[in-house]
Each structure stands twice: as structure tokens, then as C-alpha cells.
Design a protein around this ligand. Structure first.
Ligand SMILES: CC(C)(COP(=O)(O)OP(=O)(O)OC[C@H]1O[C@@H](n2cnc3c(N)ncnc32)[C@H](O)[C@@H]1OP(=O)(O)O)[C@@H](O)C(=O)NCCC(=O)NCCS
Length: 166
């Protein structure tokens, strides 16, 4: 099983990634937030149009995770102006979890952060996302803060902020 993790560089691949994001978000957040909020967040943050804007205007990059060539996950990162690297998205299709791919994805994030000369990777995670929290803690991330973010339409994100020193 060959896993590859490569920066998305074509519109075609970004469109493919948006389709995957829609499906993973509707599967993994169903017990944590309402379907209305999932629909809203996918449109606002993970649609092809939203990601195109993040890449062109906000220093975001997306990475496609493939197993034997098949797209099964993705990573989104953002270069901050300071010494931090924001891990914005880490998503893997459910049938590919628990196989060591997540650790490869996180290692790729650390590699990229170091290559950009960054000193810390940080991320936000929903306080009820127990599995992701366990994965981040096992990898060595530490809780550094918590934040409630108003994302509009009456929705909020209730998150921990985790940090990992590179
Ligand atoms: C988060 C996500 C990418 C992690 O991928 P995964 O395949 O489920 O992760 P794994 O089960 O391989 O766990 C990764 C590592 O954490 C360890 N781990 C997992 N659960 C653990 C637990 N409860 N306690 C201790 N370690 C744990 C695993 O052993 C593994 O380490 P290893 O590779 O050294 O064996 C995946 O679950 C996902 O896409 N979830 C839905 C989307 C999501 O919530 N994304 C995060 C949003 S912030």
C-alpha cells in the first residue's frame, strides 16, 4: 500500500478534493454538530470556491493524500506571518483510518513547517472530537488555549487550540 502526500497544484485536483471533503465532513461531524452547520461550514470553508480563495489570498496550501493513487484524505495548512504554521485541516476517509496514514500526514505537516522555518504548528479542534484529540495528544501536541469562534449564521465553533513545537 503506497501512500503519497502531494501539494495540490491543479484546479481539477482541488475540485476532486472538495468532493471528498463534503463526504468526509458529513460522515465525521454528524454526532458533533448539526447537519445545517456541516452544510454551512463545508460551503464556507471547503467548497472549491472557498479553497481557491484561501490559496490565492490567504497563504493556504492543500495536500492530497492518496493510497495506491486513490484520493482518500487531505491536509490544509496556512503560513502565518509569524513563526507559526497553522494546521487547518487533517481529514481521512473513514475506511482508511487506523492504518498509520494519519501519522504520515502529521509528519508531512511537520516537515513542511520546518522547511518554511516555522517554530510551531498549531490547530483548533472541536472539544467533542475525542478521537482527533487523542491522536494529537499521542503525537505530542499540547493544549495551549481554547476559543469560541462565531462563524456566522448563528453558528459557533467551540474549540481547543493545540500546539506542537517543531
Ligand atoms: C483525525 C484523523 C485524520 C486521524 O486519522 P486515524 O487514521 O483515525 O488515526 P490513527 O487511528 O491512525 O491514529 C493516529 C495515531 O494516534 C494513535 N492513537 C489513536 N487513538 C489513540 C488513543 N485513543 N490514545 C492513544 N493513541 C491513539 C494511533 O495509535 C496512531 O499512532 P501510530 O500511527 O503511531 O500507531 C481521522 O480520524 C479523521 O479524518 N477523522 C475525521 C476528521 C477529523 O476529525 N479531523 C480532525 C479535525 S481537527
Amino acid at each position: 500500500m503506497a501512500v503519497t502526500i502531494n501539494k495540490v497544484s491543479s484546479d481539477t485536483e482541488l475540485k476532486e478534493l472538495a468532493v471528498l471533503a463534503d463526504s468526509i465532513w458529513h460522515e465525521c461531524f454528524v454526532d458533533i454538530i448539526s447537519t445545517g452547520q456541516i452544510d454551512y461550514m463545508v460551503e464556507k470553508f471547503q467548497s472549491y470556491e472557498a479553497m481557491t480563495k484561501q490559496i490565492s489570498e490567504q497563504d493556504y496550501s492543500y495536500y492530497a493524500v492518496r493510497e495506491d493513487g486513490e484520493l482518500c484524505g487531505y491536509i490544509g495548512v496556512k503560513l502565518e506571518k509569524d513563526e507559526r504554521f497553522f494546521l487547518s485541516k487533517l481529514y481521512l476517509r473513514s475506511d482508511k483510518r487506523g492504518k498509520g496514514i494519519a501519522s504520515k500526514m502529521l509528519e508531512k505537516v511537520f516537515e513542511e513547517g520546518r522547511a518554511f522555518g516555522k517554530k510551531q504548528v498549531y490547530l483548533t479542534v472541536n472539544k467533542h472530537n475525542d478521537h482527533a484529540i487523542a491522536v494529537y495528544k499521542k503525537t505530542g501536541f499540547k493544549v495551549i488555549d481554547e476559543v469560541v469562534t462565531d462563524i456566522g449564521n448563528g453558528y459557533v465553533m467551540d474549540d481547543y487550540i493545540f500546539g506542537y513545537d517543531l
